[in-house]
Design a protein around this ligand. Structure first.
Ligand code: NAP
Length: 305
């Protein structure tokens, strides 16, 4: 089924929102794009790149006349933005978001919807370390997955519309309960990001001379492992604040395993160490093998934010 969005509104025109607008425009699926951001410099860049046709700092003004609204601000700003602009929505408007955390956000946004407007939670599992609209590009979602998080309040035609939009830019849809989404992402994406940030900090806290040597000789393994530590600090602060419970649970599990590993190293327990590494290698090899058979398998936490 095809569709055409006469006026698309993107609240938080950055990497994620900008890339969706560009992807839809490239496919001729959108008429006018209105972008909302706090800074004039963001709007200027979005206009110069041709990502948006109009820019404003007012979300209320930005959603006027829009039939489809994507909220792609950092997660802490999603629910406040939706509450702020809800009263200015056109009747029939479908609102979705791109936040990396879903539970509380979905509940708050559903609650804020006026009669005749529809909210559907979403999370595109696609991204990169760079943020801001200047990093946006139209093919970002090709070959990706997008998780939609309908609830018993979700209206089926709105869910269908959001599904069609993401599919149109090349993403495959999965559906998940919002709280379950947060547990899954805490494991596949949030834990690895926190580990990468922490490894870099542990090394940079080493005493002067040793630290310099460590970074001088950092090989490609270090670069691979810590790539995601270049991600946007604002976004990751917000994710930690919004998904606290699931993240703390995952960190606890990780800490238990790290304690066991530390013990084995201390004890010089060769068999146990070999067992730990062999089991881990086996698991990783199997996951990669499965992904080669089914390239959309949702384990790309490193691409998600
Ligand atoms: P981004 O590139 O930094 O874009 C966010 C945009 O929102 C910025 O242009 C910012 O511009 C604007 N903004 C910030 N606060 C705002 C507010 N209160 N009202 C209106 N606009 C505001 O971030 P992103 O990477 O696109 O991420 C956006 C959302 O997608 C986040 O919720 C994130 O969790 C989610 N997500 C990200 C990725 C990823 O890989 N990056 C992947 C999946 C999902 P101003 O500073 O000028 O306001």
């Amino acid at each position: 089924m095809s569709f055409f969005i006469k006026r698309l509104s993107i609240i938080g025109i950055g990497l994620i929102g900008g890339s969706l607008a560009m992807g839809l425009r490239e496919r001729g699926l959108v008429g006018e794009v209105v972008g909302v951001a706090r800074r004039q410099s963001t709007l200027k860049t979005a206009l110069e790149m041709g990502v948006i046709d109009h820019g404003t700092a007012s979300a209320r003004e930005g959603v006027e006349g829009a039939s489809f609204v994507l909220v792609s601000t950092p997660v802490s700003a999603i629910a406040p933005a939706v509450r702020d602009f809800a009263g200015s929505l056109e009747k029939g408007a479908v609102v979705t978001d791109a936040g990396s955390v879903k539970g509380e956000i979905v509940r708050a946004c559903e609650e804020a919807m006026p009669e005749g407007c529809y909210f559907v939670g979403g999370h595109p599992i696609a991204g990169r370390e760079h943020s801001g609209v200047a990093a946006a590009f139209p093919s970002l979602y090709e070959g990706s997955r997008t998780i939609l998080t309908p609830t018993e309040k979700t209206v089926s035609h709105a869910l269908e519309r959001v599904r069609l939009v993401w599919e149109a830019v090349g993403s495959q849809i999965e559906e998940m309960d919002p709280d379950h989404h947060d547990s899954v992402l805490a494991a596949t994406s949030h834990l690895p990001h926190l580990m990468a940030y922490n490894v870099v900090n542990t090394l940079s806290d080493l005493e002067g001379h040793l630290r310099q040597e460590v970074f001088r000789y950092a090989a490609s393994g270090f670069r691979d492992f810590t790539r995601i530590a270049s991600s946007d600090p604002t976004m990751w602060r917000d994710i930690c604040l919004e998904n606290r419970t699931a993240i703390v649970d995952m960190l606890g599990r990780f800490r238990d395993d790290l304690d066991k590993l530390t013990q084995r190293v201390e004890q010089g327990d060769s068999d146990a160490l070999f067992g730990i590494f062999a089991r881990s290698k086996g698991t990783r090899d199997r996951i990669l093998q499965d992904q080669m058979v089914a390239p959309h398998t949702p384990a790309d936490g490193d691409k998600d934010k």
